[in-house]
Design a protein around this ligand. Structure first.
Ligand code: GLU
Length: 314
């Protein structure tokens, strides 16, 4: 089992925010947007926006545009053209073909239920069966299992060894490319040097690191922000109907996002413009400010003041 050395050489900073357009932005996604934006700006870097619409079954019509309009309302202006995963299918196919040519991909006919019955971790049952690739889920034969890595906020992250070794899905049986494949192909293509996102992606990061190794590419550095949770273990998400953040009155949520990220804005900042608020935050922000916890509980009502953030150390 290898440990993936995270690149520590100085690279030109390129960060990104990669929302899935399955609904409007909520306070949890605003944290990832503001956190990745501030970190890029403090490091004189570029901040890119990528719409992760690869899972078309979850895309809500109009959500991509709504997300972009919301980012603009919060003064979060991206530096390069927005990319959409659904426009990059050829690139994903070409990496998939490369892995197939290397003999690293096999078709799997096991259902999710069957994998669950195996204990939730796939054990390679289909590897030697020679199933046809047509209409099949495809798995990557794991060569670079990564069970731990170093995160810029969370420190040493350890992942279950069996999970790290799993031959994970890179194409789904419904024909869609899997998130793990496309996110790595995109981060490589966009030369992303720093990924700042929510701590719900700590485990998938280990898989992504293994794929960077497989593709012989330098991985970005990762910084996983605490996740905004309604109660322990329950992240604010579109799936659990976290309310959309306001596009017309962005300042309160922006102020709360700063506080969530460990900054100490004075209430007077609320009288400034959004642009001034961000300018203040760029001057005040440092990655070390961010609480080194995986979750922070926020009020059930994300429109209320978050004066009572409660850290939940794990
Ligand atoms: N699209 C993912 C989400 O909205 C984020 C993926 C990433 O930042 O790598 O949860």
């Amino acid at each position: 089992m290898s440990t993936t050395a995270v690149n520590t050489q100085a690279r030109i900073y390129r960060g990104r925010f990669a929302p899935s357009p399955s609904g409007p932005l909520h306070f949890g996604s605003l944290i990832a947007a503001v956190g990745s934006f501030l970190d890029a700006k403090v490091n004189q870097g570029k901040w890119l926006v990528r719409i992760e619409d690869i899972d078309t079954t979850r895309v809500v019509p109009g959500a991509s545009d709504d997300i972009l309009r919301t980012l603009e309302a919060y003064g979060l202006h991206w530096d390069e053209r927005v990319t959409y995963q659904t426009k990059r299918l050829q690139e994903y196919q070409s990496v998939l073909d490369q892995l197939i040519d290397q003999g690293l991909v096999y078709a799997c006919h096991c259902t999710r239920k069957q994998v669950k019955a195996m204990g939730g971790i796939y054990q390679g049952q289909c590897q030697l069966k020679g199933h046809s690739f047509v209409n099949s889920a495809l798995r990557l034969s794991q060569q670079f299992a990564t069970s731990h890595y170093s995160d810029l906020i969370q420190g040493k992250v350890e992942v279950d060894q069996a999970l790290a070794k799993e031959d994970y899905l890179i194409k789904r049986s419904d024909g869609l490319f899997a998130y793990q494949l496309v996110v790595v192909v995109d981060d490589i293509a966009q030369k992303i040097s720093h990924v700042v996102r929510g701590a719900d992606l700590l485990e998938p990061t280990a898989r992504q690191l293994s794929l960077f190794k497989q593709l012989n590419q330098t991985a970005p550095q990762y910084a996983h922000l605490p996740l905004a949770v309604a109660k322990p273990g329950f992240k604010l998400s579109k799936q659990n109907y976290a309310p959309a953040i306001s596009k017309t009155a962005p300042k309160p949520a922006l102020f709360d996002a700063f506080r969530f990220l460990g900054l100490n804005p004075e209430p007077a900042l609320l009288s400034a413009t959004v642009e001034e608020m961000l300018k203040w935050a760029i001057a005040a922000y440092h990655l070390e400010c961010v609480p080194k916890v995986k979750e922070i509980q926020v009020s059930e009502d994300p429109h209320s003041s978050f004066s009572k953030f409660q850290s939940i150390p794990k």
